[in-house]
Design a binder for this molecule. Structure first.
Ligand SMILES: [Zn+2]
Length: 134
């Protein structure tokens, strides 16, 4: 007779393998510089172009996710704290997962739309639209 674990293993082997969510969606490498107690992302424009987000929306949302005040100066993003590259990468991924990736088709080709004061995330790939906030 098979043990419980053996049966579980068999069941899991028969299940379809979980599809990778952010498959092959690679953000450009961050170029970071530290000045005093500030962290500067030098190529933020490249990243914003890649995820199709404007500075205004990104600043507001990303500042909240990071829990630190941030500002754009020219083409650079200034974070008013010393934040490690790893943390910034994690937080950008968090932003991308919540506000860029389509939850239906998992593609990053989405745009923000505002209609009657409601902010939507619309997917250009599959047409799915969801409310981000009212
Ligand atoms: Zn989609």
């Amino acid at each position: 007779m098979k043990s419980y674990i053996e049966m579980l293993n068999e069941i899991y082997e028969k299940l379809p393998k979980k599809v990778e969510t952010i498959d092959r969606y690679k953000l450009p490498q961050l170029e970071i510089e530290y000045k005093g107690n500030k962290t500067i992302i030098k190529n933020i424009e490249k990243i914003l172009n890649f995820i199709r987000r404007d500075k205004k929306n990104f600043k507001k949302t990303f500042s909240r996710i990071l829990g630190v005040q941030i500002n754009f100066e020219g083409n650079e993003l200034i974070i008013n704290a010393n934040v490690s590259k790893q943390v910034i990468e994690n937080k950008i991924n968090e932003y991308v997962n919540k506000f860029v990736i389509c939850e239906v088709c998992q593609k990053p080709e989405t745009v923000l739309e505002e209609e009657n004061n409601i902010l939507y995330l619309r997917c250009l790939a599959c047409g799915y639209r969801k409310i981000l906030r009212e």
